[in-house]
Ligand binder design. Structure first.
Ligand SMILES: NC(=O)c1ccc[n+]([C@@H]2O[C@H](COP(=O)([O-])OP(=O)(O)OC[C@H]3O[C@@H](n4cnc5c(N)ncnc54)[C@H](OP(=O)(O)O)[C@@H]3O)[C@@H](O)[C@H]2O)c1
Length: 307
């Protein structure tokens, strides 16, 4: 309808390469043949020049005429040419170069694939750990699943004890202490432990002392540092630090929560609770309690969480 299209010869890339290669080889062999003919003619001319025309007749090296050396040098060059055509170009020619290049590219590709696989694996792990961080509650220390809680009753002036005894008796405070700590580990300094007539029921006692041979009743755990005490309670979701002054001071740096009973009065004392820094601790609950026949002083239950 729109006229006949001119048919193009259909030669693929490989065929084209074979043809080019054959042409190249023919050219190389032709050049070698010309070289051979020139060499033969050259040899005859050199011999004639020396023997017939007498050119350099007297010039000899080690008793041999110069044209012999000239022919030998040319022969060497011709052999080198021959070697190039039949060995170097045949086995290390373009095809060989291409093959080497392909091998190299394949190796590089393999390395890239390996790196890619490693990268994907790493990305997956990062994504998984991000997901873990997102699902871990922020109020908890991410390193441990337990919520280390200080429980204390402190006066307005932070007094907590005198002569290794508590200063007041507040029945509701003791009830709260019992209900919060029951079923948990309670961590205390040696002096606080000695202030009890006997271990408290339904709680695992961990006593901290520097004395390695300190005698403790059966079932009580003795440790030599606060860190060891926390470690001993690591399976508890909420271990409690229950005092006294020395242990509170050290535990303030590690605790996640403070359950404070603030007694609204000043008292004379020899042991005090550290100041609660509002830049570190956030008040999350506060319940005021009036005086009554069982409670000589006003007091508040206050909860703090580490910010
Ligand atoms: N109001 C409250 O809520 C409350 C609560 C608990 C206690 N308290 C009062 O607090 C007073 C006792 O407190 P406190 O400060 O005198 O004594 P404490 O803290 O109960 O115990 C101190 C002892 O703990 C051991 N200790 C402390 N740090 C240690 C560490 N880093 N490594 C190893 N051992 C360590 C030492 O025992 P060793 O000497 O054996 O080495 C030290 O003498 C009493 O008056 C008690 O009634 C009040």
């Amino acid at each position: 309808m729109f006229g006949k299209k001119k048919q193009k010869p259909q030669i693929d890339k490989d065929q084209l390469e074979l043809i080019e290669n054959a042409q190249r080889r023919i050219k190389q062999k032709k050049r070698l043949y010309v070289h051979f003919v020139l060499f033969l003619i050259g040899c005859v001319l050199l011999i004639i020049a020396n023997t017939v025309l007498g050119i350099g007749k007297d010039f000899t090296i080690a008793g041999v005429n110069w044209f012999v050396y000239a022919i030998l040098i040319w022969l060497f060059l011709f052999l080198y040419h021959l070697f190039n055509v039949f060995v170097t170009h045949k086995f290390m020619g373009k095809a060989w170069e291409k093959q080497q290049l392909e091998k190299l590219v394949a190796k590089q590709q393999e390395r890239i694939d390996k790196l890619k696989a490693g990268f994907v694996k790493e990305e997956t792990l990062i994504a998984q750990s991000d997901l873990y961080n997102e699902t871990t509650p922020k109020t908890q220390n991410p390193k441990s699943k337990s919520e280390l809680t200080i429980i204390v009753a402190a006066a307005k002036n932070d007094a907590i004890g005198k002569g290794n005894k508590l200063i007041w008796h507040l029945s509701d405070d003791l009830k709260r202490f019992k209900s919060l700590t029951s079923g948990h580990h309670i961590i205390m300094g040696r002096k606080t432990f000695e202030s009890f007539p006997k271990p408290l029921p339904n709680r695992k006692h961990i006593v901290i002392s520097r004395q390695k041979d300190y005698k403790i009743p059966h079932g009580v755990i003795l440790v030599n540092s606060l860190e060891d005490a926390i470690d001993a309670a690591k399976n508890d979701s909420q271990p409690f630090i229950i005092g006294g002054g020395e242990i509170y001071k050290q535990a303030m740096l590690l605790a996640d929560k403070i359950e404070l009973t603030r007694v609204h009065e000043d008292f004379e004392a020899d042991t005090f609770f550290p100041k609660i820094d509002s830049s570190i601790w956030k008040e999350t609950a506060n319940t005021f309690n009036k005086k009554d026949k069982n409670h000589e002083y006003e007091f508040s239950f206050i909860t703090y969480l580490r910010k």
